[in-house]
Design a protein around this ligand. Structure first.
Ligand code: ZN
Length: 367
């Protein structure tokens, strides 16, 4: 069964020199595994770190977009850039993985709606409004304080412009206060919005996950939530231990990145190496706490029970997460996850919605 995945950070690996045609052994997404997983659509996020100099953020997004485009050109038998639902259907029918360009972090637009329009012209179809730090116009769920109430008037303009341009508004990483302001704004456009890689707060109560009233709001506007495969966002017990055991190395890695950026500018190779090293040590320290694909199913169950089966999709966050359920090691895991849902009693019609149609419906609503 073909699958759409709403978020991966694989371009970071590509820019570090990994050839996804042959494999991505330290990571999650490569062409053999996209094929094994029957991934017909993979959103590739041009992620811009909040630590990138504000005057270089747009350039940083463009450079990632170029790398994604380049990967599609050199692997044209397997990957095809797609810009809408029709081309996504076509690419997957032709046995390829459709690659959808997205941008992660509104920091990328350098406070310019013109830059947003340029991204749209380049084929970017969605933007995650914020990441782990507040921007000048939007509050992040990872920050405790914000100088304004979630979203500024300029932030509202960004949301309006995205709706006008047919770019999908993505609220993953949004602070709750920002979430509600965005939701209210998007409602005026009649377009659905998404949380591309977030889970249910009821099952794992961390700021990155969505409370039930947020899930209801996304569903009510016809949007979708892509389930994130980070073990720490899936399982509360794992999360608690992860915070405890890794606080020091995560803080040290963040500090080192900040300093490296300051003195050398943003360097994708350095950054990839640093997160690989962090990941190795993080997983070593987490040994013994087992999370499996069952946890993914639990989040899907919760959302389906709450709002029905039109609102769930997959947003693995592959190549952007420090750990996964132990039986989910890359894009090839989708058949296993779908089988687990089948065993659970999900109908084929519902599985097709979750795996493919729900997101395609949202994409079509932005044509
Ligand atoms: Zn993210």
């Amino acid at each position: 069964m073909k699958v759409a995945d709403l978020h991966c950070d694989t371009v970071g690996r590509i820019q570090a020199g990994v050839d996804i045609r042959t494999g991505n052994p330290a990571g999650h997404v490569d062409i053999p595994r996209l094929r094994a997983g029957d991934v017909g659509l993979q959103a590739f996020a041009a992620y811009v770190s909040p630590d990138v100099d504000p005057h270089r953020a747009f350039q940083s997004a463009l450079s990632k977009i170029e790398s994604i485009e380049e990967a599609c050109r050199t692997n044209q038998d397997d990957l095809e850039l797609v810009t809408n639902a029709a081309s996504a259907e076509q690419a997957s029918a032709g046995g390829k993985t459709g690659v959808l360009l997205t941008v992660e972090n509104g920091h990328a637009i350098e406070e310019s709606v013109d830059n947003l329009e340029t991204l749209r012209r380049r084929g970017v179809r969605s933007m995650t409004l914020v990441h782990s730090k507040n921007t000048s116009w939007m509050a992040s769920c990872s920050e405790e304080r914000c100088e304004f109430d979630g979203l500024t008037p300029f932030g509202e303009r960004v949301v309006d412009a995205m709706n006008e341009l047919g770019m999908i508004v993505d609220v993953s990483h949004a602070h709750e206060s920002a979430f509600w302001k965005v939701a209210k704004r998007v409602r005026r456009s009649g377009r659905p919005f998404i949380a591309s890689h977030s889970n249910a707060w009821e099952l794992c109560s961390i700021p990155r996950n969505l409370k039930d009233d947020q899930i209801r709001e996304i569903a009510d506007q016809g949007g979708v939530i892509g389930i994130n495969f980070f073990a720490s966002f899936l399982d509360e017990r794992y999360h608690g231990a992860a915070v405890e055991r890794n606080r020091d190395i995560r803080a040290a890695a963040a500090q080192a990145e900040l300093e490296h950026n300051r003195s050398h500018g943003w360097d994708p190779k350095w950054s990839d190496k640093s997160s690989q090293d962090l990941g190795k040590e993080y997983r070593r320290r987490m040994a013994g706490i087992v999370v499996t694909s069952e946890s993914i199913v639990r989040h899907i169950d919760h959302i389906v029970e709450l709002v029905g089966d039109d609102c769930v999709a997959f947003g693995s966050d592959f190549d952007g997460i420090l750990s996964t359920p132990e039986d989910v090691t890359g894009s090839n895991a989708y058949p296993l996850i779908l089988d687990l849902l089948r065993e659970r009693g999900y109908s084929e019609a519902t599985l097709e919605k979750i795996a493919w149609q729900n997101f395609l419906r949202v994409l079509r609503a932005h044509d």
